[in-house]
Design a protein around this ligand. Sequence first.
Ligand SMILES: Cc1cc2nc3c(=O)[nH]c(=O)nc-3n(C[C@H](O)[C@H](O)[C@H](O)COP(=O)(O)O)c2cc1C
Length: 240
Amino acid sequence: MNLEDTIYKRQSIRSYDENPLDNHTLEEIRDFIDNAKELNPSIKWSYEILSEKNINTMMRWKAPHYLALFSEEKENFYQNIGFIFQQVDLYLQSREIGTCWIGMASPKGYKNPDKSQKFIIAISFGKSPDNIYRELNQFKRKDLSQISDKEDERLIPAQFAPSAANGQPWYFTHNEDDSYDLYRVNRGMLRNKLMGKWAKIDTGIALSHLYVSNPDSFKFYRKENPESLKGYFYDGSFEI
Ligand SMILES: Cc1cc2nc3c(=O)[nH]c(=O)nc-3n(C[C@H](O)[C@H](O)[C@H](O)COP(=O)(O)O)c2cc1C
């Protein structure tokens, strides 16, 4: 299956075989990551594939592998990590390898050699005993009219994106020149403090689905003076 079709089949997987993937597969995954598209190429980031003994999670289930993701704290670094690694999520799921983003995780006994990068988030992955795919009618997502100022089928790939606690914090507006502005819900000071970084990863993930669906025409940029939208933060603009 290609990455675009995987958008409409994937789901978070929370049940894994304990057997690790073979080295050849892990090499192919590293290769994919090295060639993934960045949202902001000026930000340094890195990753490490850790086993279960090198990760703390609040989850009751375990996976044979975890991607621990690190980044410099600069500009839109959370969105950048969401954008890059949602391509990886789709790649893994396209190969029948289950994945789940895990906000509540931290590396144990592993330190990134680059001190300028901090730990951002983890993704579990591995083979699952279950069928990892689902049908379109099994997705629980907001309607297009709830995530955009105009019902626009070109935004369907973003509509199906995964997000922390399925919060879907994105909102899209249309510009006269056919470009779009992307906004992120402002949930108030307390909840932004607790969950704000995940919402930024989420909007990066939504952009990733739009990129994968429009790889040749996708362009992302940030406006100097974006229009403000009450109850939202501006996260960037794009063409698809
Ligand atoms: C940034 C982020 C953090 C997440 N953290 C967790 C987590 O800690 N534990 C978990 O079980 N799922 C986690 N998820 C998975 C979401 O719950 C899941 O993506 C969402 O409910 C939509 O379901 P789907 O991925 O099956 O489409 C996270 C997802 C994202 C994008």
